[in-house]
Design a protein around this ligand. Structure first.
Ligand code: C2O
Ligand code: CU
Ligand code: CU
Length: 536
């Protein structure tokens, strides 16, 4: 499995230029805030590693308020406003307009202790017209809906349904929404982002995302690099025009603006294009998030430096996994230890395919800095056995294409968003979800509320399935990669394969969603509600 799908199909086509005749990423620019004369910038011409890597600010509570769960306990209360702002994302670019939480890109980092609840009031202080062109053909984004709407989801959090940021629970500028996050879960790298129905891809592209870290005593006991030796890396790709403004591409058809994927030639790390980061010759902990709309990262160091992955989406792995290349699909996170001890005075790039998101500059200190070794075991992770599952669901991932083979619609189980809810797991029950990928692309499938384990992946006879809905495997089951053996909330469903996950529906009853985390897919029907129902 390793590196078997280094790029997604269309990303490959874009990169090689095979699609440019049929589909230019810059056909037209309609956004109000982008002058129609704007010309795309070839971001590969920008000088690399000229800005220092910023670290998002850790947010301080505004106040302490009674917990909705137990009013005798006071929990931190945060106020975060979505606001238009501008910032220099590169030394040689003019300031870029974006929408950020507390006017920052990424937004401030929120930290919480496991089991320590937090209240966040998310305020929509965005302008009344959108930065980008809204496609009114998409479900939930019809012309009668306000063009600027937002709702915040805390990705990876086990939260009551009313605080989960349901896509239809958007609110308009001038309004806010108060969410309660119980944080009753293991230490993990979570992130918050907009989730508004039909425009989620535009709002996130505009800049509406940030980190939310949960910490616990298991993690604290490991003596991992901390403080300035723990560095968050929020990665996302963007397209720019020559004025330094974001371009969100639209299709050449003025009646259907939606495009199936967006790939930028600039990678922002914590809000700067290909910055550099000064480090000491010692181990660092990197908390990496792929916040891109559609790009898969394949991260490796220029000197082939080995690193250890210690955590995935939902927290620590059972033991560190030594690797040289890390694949991170949109929405996925990785917790990584990299040891610069032997590289005093060197410059090491963090690469992804043909891109160079970041450079580390190791200080020239001619002696090793004494540090604690990374423990050989990190956390006990009990594998869920298949016999615990009371139900197996076969769920088809499918896309429909037009005569020119351009995708027009992405579906889960041949069902649109508005169709009645079909997935109704019982609270506390365990299910196996078989994600049958009948497309030619990898789709990162994410379930809200829960954490799950990956069972395996297996090739199947796609045409046979699409015609008769009958699974015929054409190869043996492939176990998950070593770094996928922990708790996950987003899994790559690889093309032509059945990816099986095992999920315990713990937490709360109510309505949640599951979807592809390629945001263009999610906005065009690759998202479905599910109901967790009470056991009786
Ligand atoms: Cu990160 Cu439903 O999303
Ligand atoms: Cu989520
Ligand atoms: Cu998808």
């Amino acid at each position: 499995m390793k590196n078997k799908f280094p790029m997604n199909r269309r990303e490959f086509l874009y990169t090689t230029g095979a699609l440019t005749a049929a589909f230019s990423p810059f056909p037209r620019l309609l956004a109000e805030s982008t002058p129609s004369t704007a010309r795309p910038l070839d971001a590969t011409t920008l000088a690399k590693f000229v800005d220092t890597l910023p670290i998002p600010e850790v947010l301080k509570p505004k106040d302490f308020r009674p917990s909705p769960q137990d009013p005798s306990v006071k929990v931190p209360y945060y106020h975060v406003a979505m606001h238009p702002a501008e910032a220099k994302l590169h030394r040689d670019l003019k300031p870029t307009r974006f929408w950020g939480f507390n006017s920052a890109l990424p937004g401030p980092t929120i930290e919480a202790g496991s089991g320590q609840g937090a209240i966040v009031e998310w305020a929509n202080e965005l302008p009344s017209s959108h930065m980008f062109s809204v496609d009114n053909n998409l479900e939930g984004a019809e012309a009668d809906k306000p063009s600027v709407r937002a709702v915040v989801h805390l990705h990876g959090a086990r939260v009551p349904a009313e605080s989960d940021g349901y896509p239809e629970h958007w609110f308009v500028p001038g309004k806010s929404s108060v969410c309660f996050y119980p944080n009753n879960q293991d230490a993990a790298t979570l992130w918050y982002h907009d989730h508004a129905m039909g425009i989620n891809r535009l709002n996130v592209y505009a800049g509406l995302f940030g980190l939310f870290l949960i910490r616990d005593t298991v993690e604290d006991g490991l003596g991992l690099p901390s403080g300035k030796f723990e560095i968050p890396l929020v990665l996302c790709d963007r397209l720019f025009d020559q004025d330094g403004q974001f371009i969100y591409p639209v299709s050449p058809d003025p009646k259907k603006l939606w495009v199936p994927e967006v790939f930028g030639d600039a990678v922002l790390v914590n809000g700067k294009i290909s910055p550099y980061c000064e480090v000491e010759p010692r181990p660092y902990r990197l908390r990496i998030l792929n916040a891109s709309n559609g790009r898969f990262f394949h991260l490796a160091f220029s000197n082939q430096l080995e690193f250890q992955q210690i955590g995935s989406d939902q927290g620590l792995l059972a033991a560190p996994v030594t690797m040289k290349m890390l694949t991170l699909a949109p929405g996925e996170r990785a917790d990584v230890i990299v040891d610069f001890s032997r590289y005093s005075g060197e410059k090491i790039e963090l690469k992804s395919d043909h891109l160079t998101p970041l450079q580390f500059r190791v200080a020239a200190i001619p002696y090793a800095i004494a540090t604690r070794a990374i423990p050989k075991t990190l956390r006990t992770i009990v594998r869920t056995t298949e016999s615990e599952a009371s139900k197996t669901r076969e769920l088809l991932l499918e896309e429909t294409v037009d005569a020119a083979d351009n995708p027009t619609l992405m579906l889960l189980n041949r069902t649109r968003w508005m169709a009645p809810v079909t997935e109704k797991p019982t609270l506390g029950s365990t299910e196996i979800w078989s994600l049958v990928n009948g497309t030619e692309d990898s789709h990162p499938i994410h379930l809200h509320l829960v954490r799950f384990q990956v069972l395996d992946r297996q090739n199947f006879y796609v045409m046979n399935y699409l015609r008769k809905r009958e699974l015929k495997f054409t190869g043996p089951p492939v176990p998950p990669e070593a770094n996928e053996m922990g708790w996950k909330d987003t899994v790559r469903a690889e093309p032509g394969m059945v990816t099986r996950i095992i999920v315990r529906f713990d937490g709360y009853v109510g309505r949640y969603v599951w979807h592809c985390h390629i945001l263009e897919h999610e906005d065009n029907e690759m998202m479905r509600p599910f109901d967790v129902i009470a056991a009786r």
